[in-house]
Write a protein that binds this ligand. Structure first.
Ligand code: UDP
Length: 377
């Protein structure tokens, strides 16, 4: 055996694993079927702007160890995510906070906002009571209980159904709980203590994590399995678990995203990194203006051009890049069948969003890998 670990996938999970394994004195080979490292956090520099090629990523965590760790690889900037929602031409702040409530209803104090939300959710509460339902069964019920029907209808329903391609009544409730609801005038999308973007872009993070580790791109592990399997004692697989097992129990559902990237000859196109289009009629879910992740104040105007990306969400089919696992009951049950097989395989570790079929953010991925190596750190 030439290496302690063969790491399949040079995304954040694989790269963090390689870094910590190396620190623990292990040897690793990292392979990836794409022509570049970084998985979905990979950026491409166009016109001096880092373009998040596979969708916008904002690092956020409350775990100081995770924050210190990533900052030891590359320093992070002070970017704070404050998306704006465009509903039929009207603008609302996100996440749902006093600014949103004022824009939606004209209420000014937390007490007024709370009273309004109580009134807005009354019908739904009564319906659930009459039906003997205690816990919200899906995203629609959960959203109305959290925030009432106006916000659900204008800022959630259309966006959610475009993103997930199914009715909100068929989407798991936990997804809407990712978004904070707060009764202060605070547009920070995350409640976490720390957030930001690596200075110089995400490629710096991945390159830093993989420094000193052998990496081969353009290698499709599953079509070269015999050749690569014998190179290492242990294999970390970070690809899709159903694909690994040849879809033998059937295909897991994923959403995929496609992008229309545009260069505009203006220094500032939309005045914010993220604008969500929350009505059903606009075909894309959001427009990202990449420079705002890394350029602030006068820096924005210094570059006379800007890059924007319109994001379209579609159902995944074989040959496309899977992005979001659909963690509904049916798919989770199918995943459990694959997991049972995976658990019997001592040579392999399955980790990350695709191999664990879980809607992970970046920080929990780093945290998971750090946890694996905690005895060595
Ligand atoms: N969401 C919404 N309206 C918005 C933004 C988000 O209804 O303007 C809902 C939607 O269901 C989405 C979920 O909140 O799937 C989680 O959004 P998040 O921004 O966390 O998704 P990500 O950035 O991971 O795509």
């Amino acid at each position: 055996m030439k290496y302690d670990y063969l790491i399949v996938g040079a995304g954040l999970y694989g790269a963090t694993f390689a870094h910590l394994a190396k620190k623990a004195g292990k040897t690793c080979l990292v392979i990836d079927r794409r022509p570049h490292i970084g998985g979905n956090i990979y950026c491409e520099n166009v016109e001096g702007i880092n373009v998040h090629k596979y969708g916008a990523h904002i690092f956020h965590t409350s775990n100081k160890k995770v924050w210190d760790f990533v900052n030891s690889i590359v320093e992070f900037n002070r970017y704070t995510n404050s998306p704006v929602a465009n509903y039929k031409g009207d603008y609302f702040n996100l996440p749902f906070n006093m600014n949103t409530f004022y824009q939606m209803w004209g209420v000014k104090t937390p007490a007024e906002a709370k009273a309004k939300i109580e009134e807005q959710k009354q019908d739904a509460v009564e319906k659930m009571k009459a039906a003997g339902i205690e816990e919200p069964r899906n995203l629609e019920e959960q959203a109305i209980l959290l925030i009432g029907k106006d916000i659900y209808e204008k800022l959630i329903k259309g966006y959610t159904e475009k993103q997930w391609g199914r009715p909100a009544t068929e989407i798991p409730a936990f997804i809407i709980k990712r978004l904070p609801v707060r009764f202060v005038y605070d547009n920070n999308y995350f409640n976490d203590k720390y957030q930001g973007i690596p200075i110089g872009g995400y490629n710096k993070l991945i390159e830093g994590l993989l420094e000193g580790t052998e990496v081969q791109c353009n290698i499709d592990f599953l079509s070269n399995k015999e050749q690569y399997e014998d190179l290492a004692d242990k294999i970390l697989f970070t690809g899709a678990i159903d694909e690994f097992f040849g879809y033998k129990f059937g295909k897991l559902a994923y959403r995929t995203i496609s992008f229309e990237h545009e260069v505009h000859e203006v220094s500032n196109y939309q005045g914010n990194a993220v604008i969500n289009y929350t009505e059903a009629e606009v075909p894309y879910t959001r427009i990202i203006e990449h420079k705002h992740f890394e350029m602030f104040g006068e820096e924005v105007e210094k570059n006379p051009k800007t890059i924007i990306s319109k994001e379209y969400s579609t159902e995944w089919k074989e040959g496309m890049e899977p992005y979001y696992p659909i963690n509904d009951a049916e798919n989770n049950a199918l995943y459990q069948q694959y997991k049972a097989l995976a658990d019997q395989n001592e040579k392999y570790i399955f980790g990350g969003r695709l191999a664990e079929y879980k809607y992970y953010d970046m920080a929990p991925v780093v945290e998971l890998v750090m946890e694996k190596f905690k005895n060595h750190l």
